[in-house]
Design a protein around this ligand. Structure first.
Ligand SMILES: Cc1cc2nc3c(=O)[nH]c(=O)nc-3n(C[C@H](O)[C@H](O)[C@H](O)COP(=O)(O)OP(=O)(O)OC[C@H]3O[C@@H](n4cnc5c(N)ncnc54)[C@H](O)[C@@H]3O)c2cc1C
Ligand code: SF4
Length: 289
């Protein structure tokens, strides 16, 4: 709003809603949409059972921002593409059909996965990368009080020909809660974030990895990249190449080398492909050790 990117005619204050609770119900973590990033990051059971969530949040923004930022707001943060936030430029996301100057312009921070000829913006938040690796669900509530549950993996939309429509949220709907399953994979999880400076910066590339190992064999693995696409980008082929294999440095290195497969770089962001491989390797080595 400060940048004149959006000019709503009406604002809704949600502060009074009872949506700030953090609880554990039948082993699942329930995060109210108004729980702050700071209180979720510091929650002792989250640190123990879902460390990737706490780590992703602590590597986000600054303490002051985390004291104010909420689960719902972070999931719906708009892209940091500089053209989107500068009304002096055209932008298909801000003004559909006006063009995408990033395609041939400053695209260093932008997408290598999931982009379209209309938009190559990235989703900037860290939290959803961790939540995607944990197969989280969102509970959405409509104006008439009706609710529906949407897997996070189906919540964000690819830009295609309509980059202005970013999620499956309908008019009048809001996020009320995030539900996160637990398990050995969640307990053994990590978030690795690479950025231009070590604090208060968005991810160039990040990786959330969860790994469950029994008797030296990988039973469950989830690998998600952040900073590379319009939504957290899961790597099912890399996961498949690890599932059922013994935990072995060579197996891990061979799998991580596939992390850039299928990427499409633009002029200034080719480095992200190799960075994706190295970030996944670092994350896998951490949880496998
Ligand atoms: C300088 C700076 C650096 C930052 N660095 C990072 C970073 O490194 N990593 C990172 O992940 N984030 C970063 N952030 C983002 C920050 O962490 C917050 O997540 C973000 O600013 C959203 O704040 P908020 O929760 O107050 O949401 P708001 O700004 O209030 O809301 C954001 C959007 O979500 C909508 N919304 C909010 N809640 C709901 C809901 N429950 N249901 C439906 N719609 C909703 C609002 O209408 C709005 O459109 C940074 C922010 C700043 C300002
Ligand atoms: S990448 Fe997307 S957000 Fe950025 S200028 Fe192009 S259309 Fe706009």
């Amino acid at each position: 709003m400060k940048n004149d990117v959006v000019a709503p005619t009406r604002l809704t204050d949600m502060e009074h809603l009872d949506l700030r609770r953090i609880s554990i119900v039948d082993g699942d973590l329930h995060l109210g949409a108004l729980a702050t990033m700071a209180e979720v990051a510091a929650h002792p059971e989250i640190i123990r059972e879902w460390p990737v969530i706490s780590q992703a949040l602590l590597l986000s923004a600054s303490p002051q921002v985390r004291n104010m930022g909420t689960m719902g707001g972070n999931l719906l943060q708009r892209t940091r593409c500089g053209y989107f936030r500068d009304v002096g430029f055209n932008c298909n996301k801000r003004l559909p059909g006006s063009g995408c100057p990033a395609l041939l312009g400053d695209n260093r921070d932008l997408a290598i996965f999931g982009g379209s000829p209309q938009c190559i913006a990235t989703h900037p938040s860290d939290l959803p990368v961790a939540l995607m690796a944990l197969d989280a669900l969102l509970v959405l509530v409509a104006l008439d009080g009706g609710t529906r549950r949407v897997p996070l993996a189906q919540f964000y939309r690819l830009p295609g020909t309509a980059p202005d429509i970013e999620t499956v949220l309908q008019p009048g709907e809001m996020i009320s809660k995030v539900v996160v399953p637990s398990g050995p994979h969640a307990r053994n999880s990590v978030y690795v974030k690479v950025r231009d400076r070590t604090s208060f910066a968005f991810a160039l590339v990040a990786s959330a990895v969860c790994l469950a190992v029994t008797d030296g064999v990988i039973r469950d693995v989830r690998i998600v990249l952040g900073g590379v696409g319009p939504m957290p980008w899961r790597l099912p082929e890399v996961e498949a190449s690890l599932r059922g294999r013994r935990v072995d440095p060579e197996v891990v290195a061979t799998a991580a080398a596939k992390a850039g497969d299928g990427a499409t770089a633009t002029r200034f962001n080719k480095f992200k492909i190799e960075l994706a491989r190295r970030t996944v390797l670092r994350a896998l080595q951490t949880v496998a050790s």
